[in-house]
Design a protein around this ligand. Structure first.
Ligand code: GLC
Ligand code: MG
Length: 525
């Protein structure tokens, strides 16, 4: 898209690097694999890709545990491969967003190794959150915080001190009140900006700064500590109302500094926040004019299958971002949540609903984020216990996020479905995916892939010309009617067919049988 501020209307495709395409046959996706498959994204019709972390990492949380922020893990390739990917993407008209993980490092980062070696009270420890324990011999954690991945958020080291990790024990939290931490990340931003990336997705953007006292979390009436697997739902629901570890006012100073850095570069470089905040208003604080450009709007993803619920999310989102002038975002799936056809019930109904929700989303003002494989209608996979790798599985014994991270099927009739030249994919693919491959769906007008291509083509001009306003014309429990510019969108969440309003059908998410069948959406012009 050539308009300024490309991100305002962009459709961005999330590439989960381990599972997109494997070039060297080791069963793990890599950067040359992505580069080789970029034409798929061009043909799909997206504007940008966001690539999950590919930096040096022991892979305890599959790259969200970074040991060196300015190098590429050999598993995924080299810096030259990263540059080649960016260059090729730009040639194809695609913007490149990389993932930045500033809340924590890997326990294998040089800073953490130095902190362990230097001992209590040292300047090296001050970059992390080391504290003495409670109880007579300090054997109790310093406070009652729980890890998002289950269990206490503190781990004790040999000399008796404890360090904070809001995620896995291999992901120690940095102390963002320490000036060297901010300087490190300004350098990291500049490193990748200099290499030509167009933006950053900021991991756990609401978590960087903790309440200084590190006091206990207050357990309110009817609440309990404890946390489960980090599904999207539990990212929100695991929290108590009182959250001294999330969404502290000082975190916004970090993003103001980063915005100044981005603004000093040419082109429209952007920041998008992954911030699981409690309200739409608190999310909007991350996208004030001098902070980030966008934040993922998880309320769309969390909405139940109800026209009224979708309508409330649309109005609530637009009301929240309007005062700060930010563009809204919409997302149905990512690498942390159950894939949306499965969330909507699975099988043919789940898929029909997923397509309908997607078509509705693509009509909304702002930008949309897609997750690899949703264009194939992939469902959550029931990964066998011996193949599960999510750190939360090891911490809690609960099924984690592996089922949405199964490698992509590109062609062929058997695993690895052209995911790579050979080798066993790092998570096994189901035996019945042959009809779902990119090759199998291409050219079949009824396929989910061709539906996505058509929907993105229909959106292309419309998104930049239809204006920023959307009017909710009607929404009872069953039927949502929206109007944006020249287009009327109708989504049927009910169980009966409803009559179609006047107008010419631009695109529908499924067959129209005289009216609008259940679990179907349509654009009329
Ligand atoms: C974010 C990522 C998730 C990761 C966590 C810790 O929520 O999306 O995959 O496990 O942060 O970095
Ligand atoms: Mg590989």
């Amino acid at each position: 898209m050539t308009s300024p501020e490309w991100w305002r209307h962009a459709v961005t495709y999330q590439v989960y690097v381990r599972s997109f395409a494997d070039s060297d046959g080791d069963g793990v996706g890599d950067l040359p694999g992505i580069t080789g498959r970029l034409p798929h994204l061009r043909d799909l019709g997206v504007d940008a890709l966001w690539i999950t972390p590919f930096y040096t990492s022991p892979q305890k949380d599959h790259g969200y545990d970074v040991a060196d922020y300015t190098d590429v893990d050999p598993l995924f390739g080299s810096l030259a491969d990263a540059d080649a990917l960016t260059t090729r993407a730009h040639e194809l008209g695609l913007k490149v967003i990389v993932d930045l993980v500033p809340n924590h490092t890997s326990s294998e980062h040089a800073w953490f190794a130095a902190a362990l070696a230097a001992g209590p009270g040292s300047p090296e420890r001050a970059r992390y959150l080391f504290r003495d324990g409670r109880g007579p011999d300090g054997a109790e954690p310093p406070n009652n915080w729980q890890s998002v991945f289950g269990g206490p958020a503190w781990t004790r080291v040999d000399d008796g001190q404890w360090y904070l990790h809001l995620f896995d024990s291999t992901q120690p939290d940095l102390d963002w009140r320490h000036p060297e931490v901010g300087d490190l990340f300004e350098g990291v931003l500049r490193f990748w900006l200099d290499r030509g990336v167009d933006g950053f997705r900021i991991d756990v953007a609401h978590g960087l700064v903790k309440e200084e006292s590190l006091r206990d979390q207050v357990v309110g009436e009817g609440e309990s500590l404890g946390s489960g697997a980090p599904t999207g739902e539990s990212m929100v629901e695991r929290t108590l109302r009182d959250e001294p570890m999330w969404d502290q006012p000082e975190v916004h100073d970090v993003y103001r500094r980063w915005r100044r850095v981005l603004d000093s570069y040419d082109g429209d470089r952007m920041l998008v926040a992954e911030a699981w905040t409690q309200t739409a208003e608190s999310m909007a604080r991350f996208v004030r004019p001098d902070e980030m450009h966008q934040a993922f709007n998880f309320s769309w993803l969390l909405a139940p299958w109800s026209a009224k619920a979708f309508a409330d999310v649309v109005t609530g989102t637009l009301e929240a971002v309007a005062p700060v002038g930010a563009s809204p975002t919409w997302v149905l799936s990512n690498h942390d949540v159950v894939r949306h056809p499965t969330r909507y019930g699975g099988g043919p109904v789940g898929l029909a609903r997923a397509r309908a929700a997607t078509l509705t989303m693509l009509a909304l003002p702002g930008s949309a984020y897609l997750y690899q494989g949703e264009e194939l209608g992939l469902e959550q996979v029931d990964v066998a216990p011996e193949h599960r790798q999510d750190p939360s599985w090891f911490r809690t014994g609960e099924v984690g996020r592996d089922g949405c991270r199964v490698p992509m099927p590109w062609g062929g009739t058997r695993p690895p479905y052209d995911f790579g030249p050979s080798g066993e994919p790092w998570i096994p693919q189901p035996a019945d995916w042959a009809p779902l491959t990119v090759a199998a769906q291409s050219g079949d007008p009824d396929s989910t892939l061709e539906f996505y291509r058509a929907a993105l083509a229909a959106r292309r001009t419309f998104a930049t010309t239809a204006g920023e306003d959307v009017e909710v014309i009607g929404s009872d429990a069953d039927v949502l009617v929206l109007r944006r510019g020249p287009v009327t969108v109708v989504l049927n969440c009910g169980t009966e067919s409803v009559p179609l309003p006047a107008g010419e059908v631009i695109i529908a998410s499924g067959p129209l049988a005289g009216g609008l069948p259940p679990d179907t959406a349509v654009w009329l012009g």
